[in-house]
Write a protein that binds this ligand. Structure first.
Ligand SMILES: O=C([C@H](O)CO)[C@H](O)[C@H](O)COP(=O)(O)O
Length: 210
């Protein structure tokens, strides 16, 4: 069964905790977005893990250098999963994975900005990544002509464990799950909804029904 990950791109720990409290029953992984971590610091990871010890807490560091050092900081703070960029060199990714092994935690490789996401996904799974995020970032999503279908097609042919992030919502979740993803990531579709709990519940039910 695929997992549901909420990407919290709010800017304060208070707002992130309030959102997580509402949607926790429907979510497997709580992602603290890069803007949130930059705004609040790594302490937001500790606060979220303390509030939700039964959930996987995902620190979206998007590390580009100093892989072992940055991943170690997040794991020590309570993260279960951290991201390193697929655009980074293999030494950076391997360093983050080394920190993950030390802490018994996982590293997710984010393919934002990578030209051939499928090829890079296959390479980094070979390095020991937990899974690969096939990701179109917020700026790419707001570019004319963007369609999540490109990520869905890539997931179906990747042949390695992947998640999809980049505009997952209630209208495309069925196709996302049927592409064989390990994790579906939904940000704005949940935190931007008028009723985030109802939105998360609908996504959960769609995943369970797929
Ligand atoms: O990782 C993300 C982005 O780079 C900003 O941090 C988003 O959390 C990710 O794109 C998922 O969010 P939605 O596209 O809003 O579902």
């Amino acid at each position: 069964m695929a997992k549901l990950q909420v990407a919290i791109d709010l800017l304060t720990t208070k707002d992130a905790l309030a959102l997580a409290a509402k949607i926790a029953p429907y979510i497997d992984i709580i992602e603290l977005g890069t803007p949130l971590i930059k705004n609040e610091g790594i302490a937001v990871v500790t606060a979220m893990k303390q509030a939700h010890p039964d959930k996987l807490v995902f620190a979206d560091l998007k590390t580009m250098d100093a892989g072992e050092l940055e991943a170690d900081i997040a794991f020590k703070a309570g993260a279960d999963l951290v991201t390193v960029l697929g655009a980074a060199g293999n030494a950076t990714i391997a360093g983050a994975i080394k920190a993950g092994k030390t802490h018994g935690k996982g590293v997710v490789v984010d393919t934002i900005g990578v030209a051939d996401r499928v090829k890079r996904a296959q390479e980094v799974i070979g390095l020991g990544a937990e899974f690969v995020e096939l990701h179109a970032g917020l700026d790419e999503q707001w570019t004319d002509g963007y369609s999540i279908q490109v990520l869905i097609d890539e997931a179906a042919r990747a042949g390695v464990p992947v998640s999809i992030a980049g505009g997952v919502n209630i209208t495309n979740i069925d196709a996302v799950i049927k592409a064989g993803v390990k994790v579906a990531v939904a940000g704005a579709a949940i935190y931007g909804a008028q009723d985030p709990a109802t939105a998360a519940k609908a996504l959960r039910e769609a995943i369970d029904a797929a």
